[in-house]
Design a protein around this ligand. Structure first.
Ligand SMILES: Cc1cc2nc3c(=O)[nH]c(=O)nc-3n(C[C@H](O)[C@H](O)[C@H](O)COP(=O)(O)O)c2cc1C
Length: 208
């Protein structure tokens, strides 16, 4: 099978937000939103914190499914609760999903990530995987967080001079978080743009 993840907008080196579905050794199906980094036309990595059902299932089954969707309710359900059992297809993808690909684990590496705004020294596992099958049911581009954050930052930029000091501080905090995420998951253009906004904020006398 000729697999090329660029067919769902996934570029090498960039991270996309997906819903990973897995199955336990007892056959229980699970879904969770997970960031997936494209490392080649048919390879991905993801980093999953210890303690999640997804990680446990990936370690025991050595396979998982990456579902590509823009459906806000699926992301919300998968985060807060679980996607109901009858919403899974027999092959463990999500029913009627825009696109999904099956992954086979190639390597599992212990990792401690220090730069995330989560508990210090949180333990995670980096999973390297190969895509073995890709199904596209509908034209879709995998979600990347950078553009939405850039637009939010631009909206705040147009308001920062006309709000009170407390709100200015809030916008600067939001700016810093947006910059951190855009530098991590954004394209070169998005990174250039957030740096340009930083320069403009400094010109205005703020300390972003
Ligand atoms: C958009 C989004 C992306 C996420 N990406 C990751 C990730 O890359 N790694 C991770 O460990 N958790 C990530 N999470 C958090 C997990 O989805 C969350 O911990 C979930 O409860 C794990 O569920 P599980 O125990 O059913 O596997 C993400 C959450 C969201 C909303």
């Amino acid at each position: 099978m000729n697999i090329n993840l660029s067919s769902v907008g996934m570029e090498k080196g960039r991270q996309y937000e997906t819903i990973i579905t897995t199955i336990s050794s007892e056959g229980k199906k699970n879904a969770a939103p997970i960031g997936v980094i494209c490392t080649g036309k048919d390879t991905v990595i993801c980093r999953i914190f210890k303690g999640s059902t997804t990680l446990e299932n990936i370690i025991s089954q050595r396979e998982f499914i990456v579902n590509i969707t823009e459906n806000p309710q699926l992301f919300t359900l998968a985060t807060i609760d679980n996607i109901p059992e009858n919403n899974f297809d027999e092959n463990n993808s999500i029913k009627n999903i825009e696109s999904y690909f099956k992954c086979e684990v190639k390597d599992l590496i212990e990792a401690i990530k220090k730069s995330d705004p989560v508990k210090k020294d949180s333990e995670a596992i980096v999973i390297k995987a190969k895509v073995t099958e890709h199904v596209i049911n509908k034209n879709i581009k995998a979600i990347n967080r950078a553009m939405g954050l850039l637009i939010e930052t631009l909206v705040n930029f147009t308001r920062i001079d006309i709000v009170d000091d407390k709100q200015k501080e809030y916008y600067l905090g939001r700016f810093q978080e947006a910059k951190r995420v855009i530098n991590k998951v954004g394209s070169k253009e998005e990174q250039k743009s957030i740096n340009r906004i930083k320069k403009e904020l400094i010109k205005k006398g703020y300390s972003p």
